[in-house]
Design a protein around this ligand. Structure first.
Ligand SMILES: Cc1ncc(COP(=O)(O)O)c(C=O)c1O
Length: 387
């Protein structure tokens, strides 16, 4: 199937088209072999060597990620964390990374702990502040400017095009954790980013049944080849069945993202004037500080939102009553999930750091699923009576 001719929705629905010869199967095959036969002259007629480097099951999934991101290539990894780590491990000791103060908590921890220990220089900038980004880029001279937008769990939106212009001025590249935006809302490479990262565990797969990651690249350059080497030699590869699940999930990505986002927008609009919810954080609301940037670089506001219930006690009473949304970490599945960052994902963070990045004790995060909208609203409504 010619990639240029079809829109992302068509490519996704067809999983990049029929790929499996000789039977022309509509669903792709899963290739489980770890190794491949050599010819007597030592060559590999099947053009594969060993499955730690790559696996034929990856082909359609990686081609689809690349196509959705309008990228020159894509690679699957064993998790979102290993995808991000592969990029940073491709750098040299002494290289600088400029990362947002608020970002996926475990990657923040990995950067400030592991990456620094390895000799990378890590500096933090204020999310969404281009002034701070420009000033720190000038003094810190980073090789990579990392952006997470919208940034979990307070959903600041960073202007990727403007950040990419700053990066170019200082000889850096921009890499974007686009997990919560998905390629259907934002295509960072078209805005100037060099690398896009996804926790494919989330929307790309969409069914909370696989841990996976992906990187996509603007250019098949030396950095990309280095990342490929890190994956193949470090061994952070995905199993073939998991790769197949990611491909299957992506076939409905556009439908799921549209349904979750429309539910989330309706919930945010309904609750942001609720007397018990003074702070609903959602890029789709005009009250969001970067609402205009979100409108500019996202095709829709997304399906993640957070709100502040004022205190830990109030949040606990609320969460005790919610029935539809399970209290659990993670996001991006067809089912709604709710979480309390201060006591769950961010519990290991010192209180002052939590406060600095806007995580109050009463902050509740909601990953909106595709359930019936009125059912979700009725459930949240009844739980709010207990706040
Ligand atoms: C925004 C974001 N980035 C990265 C990750 C890490 O992905 P994984 O859990 O697949 O390693 C997560 C996981 O929650 C995430 O939410």
């Amino acid at each position: 199937m010619s990639k240029e001719k079809y829109r992302p929705e068509t490519l996704a629905a067809q999983g990049m088209g029929r790929i499996a010869q000789p039977y022309l199967e509509i669903a792709p095959a899963i290739h489980v072999s770890t190794t491949y036969e050599r010819a007597a002259d030592g060559t590999y007629p099947g053009k594969r060597i060993y499955s730690r480097a790559d696996n034929p099951t990856y082909d359609a999934a990686e081609a689809l990620v690349a196509s959705l991101e309008n990228a020159a290539g894509a690679m699957l990894f064993s998790s979102g964390q290993s995808a991000a780590a592969a990029l940073f491990q491709s750098l040299a000791p002494g290289d600088g990374i400029l990362a947002p103060r608020n970002m996926y908590w475990a990657l923040r921890k990995w950067l400030l702990d592991f990456a620094v220990h390895w000799g990378l220089r890590v500096e933090l900038y204020e999310n969404a502040s281009l002034d701070d980004l420009a000033a720190k880029a000038a003094t810190h001279r980073p090789r990579v400017i990392w952006i997470e937008t919208p940034a979990n769990p307070t959903w600041e939106v960073t202007d990727i095009a403007a950040a990419s212009a700053i990066a170019r001025k200082h000889g850096a590249i921009v890499a974007v954790d686009s997990t919560s935006a998905t390629p259907f809302l934002t295509r960072p490479i078209e805005l100037g980013a060099a690398i896009v990262m996804h926790s494919a565990t989330k929307y790309l797969n969409g069914h909370s049944d696989v841990i996976a990651g992906a990187l996509a690249t603007a250019a098949d350059d030396a950095l990309w080849q280095r990342i490929r080497y890190v994956r193949g030699s470090g061994g952070g590869v995905l199993g073939p069945f998991e790769a197949w699940l990611v491909l299957r999930g992506m076939r409905t990505l556009h439908l799921r993202v549209a349904a979750c986002s429309s539910n989330a927008l309706a919930i945010a609009e309904r609750f942001h004037r609720h007397p018990k919810l003074p702070h609903v954080l959602y890029p789709g609301l005009p009250s969001h500080p970067q609402h205009d940037t979100a409108r500019k670089q996202q095709r829709g506001p997304g399906a993640m939102l957070s709100f502040d219930l004022g205190s830990l006690e109030a949040a606990r009473r609320f969460l005790n009553q919610v029935k539809i949304c399970a209290l659990a970490e993670s996001l991006g599945g067809v089912e709604s999930l709710i979480s309390l960052p201060a006591l769950m994902t961010h519990a290991s963070m010192p209180k002052e750091v939590q406060e600095r990045i806007g995580i109050s004790d009463g902050l509740v995060r909601l990953s909106v699923g595709i359930e019936d909208l009125e059912d979700i609203i009725a459930d949240l409504d009844q739980a709010l009576l207990y706040v």
